[in-house]
Design a protein around this ligand. Structure first.
Ligand code: GUN
Length: 282
């Protein structure tokens, strides 16, 4: 069994990106900038934003974090995103999700111009992905494809099963795999025969947010398993959606939690930001 080491791979990618960020600064006389909007005080979002800021510092991207109160009005939130996106020193903008319930996510994300949409959540970028055209792909699916590539996992003609259909992970992941010539099945909370479908997967990507939900009897011998989950187990320890200890004995490759997909998501955010900055400069 090969452990898919996202931590190590992400560190390599950050090394590559820091060279590009330094070259950008040399050419343009200023750093690449990432604008991050954090509304409210969701504890998980606080951690993600802190990790994003730290990763920016490591590669030489300046981060501009805009913290807004949970009670902010829709109009004020839209205006704040618009103002940050209009700043010329900011090459990429993201709004950390989820938003407080009273806010309209779609309208707020629409204030990010497509060329600065480094999360790839815009309707235009999602549409381009669906049409198999060039656009910015959201960070987690891009990070997973990068892991599959760097670990020489063939996708062409393989049966890829994606468990989860969120706009952030499941949907764009299924499209990326389809664009890479996999035969793709998407499963979700209403799926019947989940166990049988998962057990037929050559590549199994799980993003459902339920601790250790995928057990050894649900995976095929020799499969490649990618775990996007980020949960706490009964002892409060960080764990994925896959029952790692038991599944690992059966598969050919598996990504752990932590140290698998998580660091890759952030590396791809930095990569999308460097790409966005380089596009403005030419
Ligand atoms: N919330 C959970 N994952 C993500 C992500 O990749 N980007 C943003 N903006 N919010 C998230």
């Amino acid at each position: 069994m090969t452990l898919i080491d996202g931590k190590q791979t992400a560190a390599e990618i950050r090394g590559e990106l820091s060279l590009r960020a330094a070259a950008f600064e040399e050419r343009n006389g200023r750093k690449i900038g990432l604008g991050v909007v954090l509304i409210g005080n969701d504890p998980a979002s606080e951690v993600y934003v802190r990790n994003k800021v730290r990763a920016c510092e490591e590669v030489g991207i300046s981060s501009h974090v805009l913290r807004l109160p949970a009670e902010i009005s829709q109009e004020e939130a839209e205006r704040a995103v618009e103002a940050l996106a209009g700043d010329h020193s900011v090459h990429g903008v993201l709004v950390q999700l989820p938003l407080p319930r009273h806010l309209d996510e779609r309208k707020i994300l629409a204030k990010i111009p497509v060329e600065k949409d480094v999360d790839g959540f815009s309707e235009q970028n999602m549409g381009l992905l669906a049409l198999h055209r060039e656009g910015t792909v959201s960070c987690t699916p891009r990070g997973i494809m990068e892991l599959l590539k760097r670990y020489h996992v063939e996708t062409r003609g393989k049966h890829a099963v994606v468990v989860g259909r969120s706009n952030i992970v499941g949907r764009p992941m299924a499209l990326r795999l389809l664009n890479a010539d996999a035969t793709v099945t998407v499963c979700h909370s209403k799926t019947q025969n989940l166990k049988e479908i998962c057990a037929g997967a050559d590549i199994l990507v799980v993003a459902i947010g339920r601790a250790k939900y995928i057990t050894a009897d649900m995976v095929k011998e020799g499969a490649v398993v990618i775990d996007v989950g980020m949960n706490r187990d009964e002892n409060g320890k960080l764990c994925g959606d896959v029952d790692f200890e038991n599944v690992a004995e059966k598969v050919s490759m598996i990504s752990p939690v932590p140290g698998g997909v998580g660091p890759m998501t952030i590396a791809m955010l930095l990569s999308n930001t460097v790409d966005a900055a380089e596009r403005t400069a030419v």
